[in-house]
Each structure stands twice: as structure tokens, then as C-alpha cells.
Ligand binder design. Structure first.
Ligand code: SAM
Length: 324
């Protein structure tokens, strides 16, 4: 439990700050703030942290980044995590670029579900946002569906004037493939010109846009996975759409259940707050599990009530370094 009575049992682990895309809102072209590679936690260090957190009551884990699938040992890490008593689910977020090759090996390693970022279907718009090739991502999504994960979800970051015209095609795609689609408000977690009032498209407006096409039926009790999305069922299309209103939903942090582990081994109790506790130094200076546990408990005690995104938040470390 954190100081505000929230049960924190979900750890999001960034396994790398590297990425094979350059999303406008995350790690734009020219980003130079890489951690040098030896500073990334090793597979053994990550698995050790998972063992200690599982001992503290953490049950759900997500591998993220950067792009986790640029790291070759991810299936091995997943396999090792799944052997740890207390670990109930291991999931992964990806941009999907490598999924057509890796979906089956990941499933075989015991990965339960994947979230795939898909900000547009139009190849030109997709490329403008991410620098990547949407055909590769779509092939990856098809392979993931065939690999029989418990769940495949789609994530799209809302950006006015960039991808709002893609929302309805994305809804139709999600409905056609039976995949939940989550629409995420742009968060101030990177230093780029895209983070302006002008580009910010609130969930409320996205709801209004979709309501021009279909009836949205609220699903207040619907929980898919462990995140803060609020779901709606679209009556005609049958699409299930989740809204992640990190900025406009005043109650966003009330149900927070997570902490983050950065690729360079810092425990970060809140994405939108700079507080971090260094585990890597302890891991590399012979700390025993009891000492690691104490550091994790310190991080838990420091978890703030709310993120700072509405208070002129300055990101310092971009999303790619923290882990989305
Ligand atoms: N590369 C993987 C992916 O694409 O899912 C994992 C890391 S990525 C940082 C995780 C999620 O964070 C993605 O869904 C991405 O769209 C989202 N994200 C990144 N920057 C964001 C921002 N500024 N605001 C809102 N969501 C963001």
C-alpha cells in the first residue's frame, strides 16, 4: 500500500531506452539523450528486481521502453519472470515493428498480452508521426492475433491536426479485428514542439468526434488489463474504445496501481513526478535482497498523490528514458 491507501502491485519495466521509431511525442528525430549501454540493467538484474518486488506483493508486470523488442534477450527475461512465485502476468508494450517475427517466440516464452501502438492507418500519416512503416506494424498485429495471446490491444496517442482524421478508420480497424483500441491524451513527457495546446486533443473531444459516427455506450465496469482506461462500446460497429485522459480526467491518479523501473535501474513511483530511487547502484554494490526491498519500500512511500502534468511540468527525462 502507498501512503494514500492505494494498492501498488503493478511494475512497468523499461528494458531499454533505444527505439527503432522516432515518434513526435516521445523520442523525436535527433534525440541524443541515450543512456550508454552498460548502464542498462542486465537481464539477471531485471529478473532479480522482479523477484524482490514479487516478494513485496507486486503481481503484474509490463515490459516496455523505448522499444523493448530491440533488445534480443526479452524472451529470456519473460521466461525467467514467469518462473518467479507471485508473478501473475507478464505483458509487453511495443510499436509492433518486430512483432511479425517475435510474436510467437514471445507467446512461447509465456507472454500473456501485447499492447501495440498504432497512431494512424494511413502510411503517410503513420510515417510522419513515427518515422516507421505501418505495413510492418499491421503484419505484426496479424501475427500477434494468430499467436493467440490472451489479449492484443491497440494504443493511439491523440494529436489535433495530426491524426484526428485517423480516429474513425482506427475504430473500424479495431472493430473488424475485434481488438480494443485505447485513445491516449498527449502527456508532457518529452521536449518537442508537438507538446502544445494546439496539438492537444482531449478525450472529451475525441468522444464527441466518434459520437458523430456511432453511439457510445459507457462500460463503467469494464477493466481490460491493469490500466486507467475508461471504456465505451460503440453500438453499430461493436468497437470497444478506451480513453486514457491523463490530463483531463481529474480522478486519473485515484486508482493508480503502479511504479516504474527505468532502463538504467531507477524506481520511479510516478511518471509525472521526478522522484526516483536508485536501485542500480545497490544492485552493483552487493546489496542483499533485504536492502533492495528497503529501497523499493522507500520509493513506495515517496509515491505522490497525483502527477504534476497540469502544473507546468518540465519532463527532464523523456518518456523513452523512463519507460511508457
Ligand atoms: N515502444 C513501445 C510502444 O510503442 O508501445 C513502448 C514504449 S512507448 C513509450 C509506450 C506508450 O507510451 C505508447 O503507447 C506510446 O504511444 C505512449 N506515449 C509515448 N509518449 C507519449 C506522450 N507524450 N503522451 C502520451 N503517450 C505517450
Amino acid at each position: 500500500m502507498d501512503p494514500f491507501g492505494r494498492k501498488i502491485d503493478y511494475l512497468r519495466i523499461s528494458v531499454t531506452d533505444r527505439c527503432n521509431e522516432r515518434c513526435l511525442y516521445c523520442m523525436p528525430e535527433g534525440y541524443k539523450g541515450w543512456e550508454s549501454k552498460p548502464d542498462h540493467l542486465t537481464a539477471d538484474e531485471i529478473v532479480r528486481v522482479v523477484r524482490v518486488t514479487a516478494g513485496l506483493g507486486f503481481r503484474k508486470f509490463r515490459l516496455t521502453g523505448g522499444e523493448p523488442l530491440v533488445r534480443p534477450d526479452v524472451p529470456e527475461i519473460i521466461r525467467a519472470m514467469n518462473r518467479i512465485p507471485g508473478v501473475e502476468s507478464v505483458n509487453l508494450s511495443t510499436n509492433g515493428m518486430k512483432l511479425s517475427v517475435l510474436a510467437q517466440p514471445l507467446r512461447d516464452a509465456g507472454l500473456r498480452s501485447v499492447n501495440v501502438s498504432l497512431d494512424a492507418l494511413d502510411p503517410v500519416i503513420y510515417h510522419r508521426i513515427t518515422g516507421g512503416n505501418v505495413e510492418k506494424v499491421l503484419a505484426g498485429i496479424r501475427t500477434a492475433v494468430a499467436a493467440d495471446f490472451e489479449r492484443v490491444k491497440l494504443n493511439c496517442v491523440l494529436m489535433r491536426g495530426v491524426n484526428e482524421q485517423e480516429l474513425w478508420p482506427l475504430v473500424l480497424f479495431a472493430a473488424e479485428h475485434g481488438l480494443p483500441l485505447r485513445l491516449i491524451e498527449l502527456m508532457p513527457v518529452t521536449t518537442t514542439e508537438v507538446l502544445t495546446e494546439k496539438n492537444f486533443l482531449p478525450c472529451g473531444e475525441a468522444i464527441q468526434l466518434l459520437a458523430q459516427k456511432d453511439e457510445l455506450i459507457p462500460q463503467p465496469d469494464r477493466k481490460l488489463g491493469h490500466g486507467p482506461a475508461r471504456y465505451y462500446l460503440l453500438k453499430q460497429t461493436g468497437a470497444l474504445i478506451g480513453f486514457i485522459g491523463a490530463l483531463t480526467n481529474e480522478h486519473f491518479c485515484e486508482q493508480c496501481n503502479k511504479m516504474r523501473l527505468t532502463a538504467d535501474g531507477k524506481v520511479r513511483p510516478c511518471l509525472g513526478n521526478h522522484v526516483e530511487v536508485d536501485l542500480r547502484a545497490a544492485l552493483r554494490h552487493g546489496a542483499d535482497d533485504g536492502a533492495l526491498k528497503k529501497l523499493l519500500e522507500t520509493a513506495l512511500r515517496l509515491k505522490p498523490l497525483e502527477h504534476q502534468f497540469r502544473n507546468q511540468y518540465q519532463p527532464c527525462r523523456p518518456m523513452t528514458a523512463i519507460g511508457g
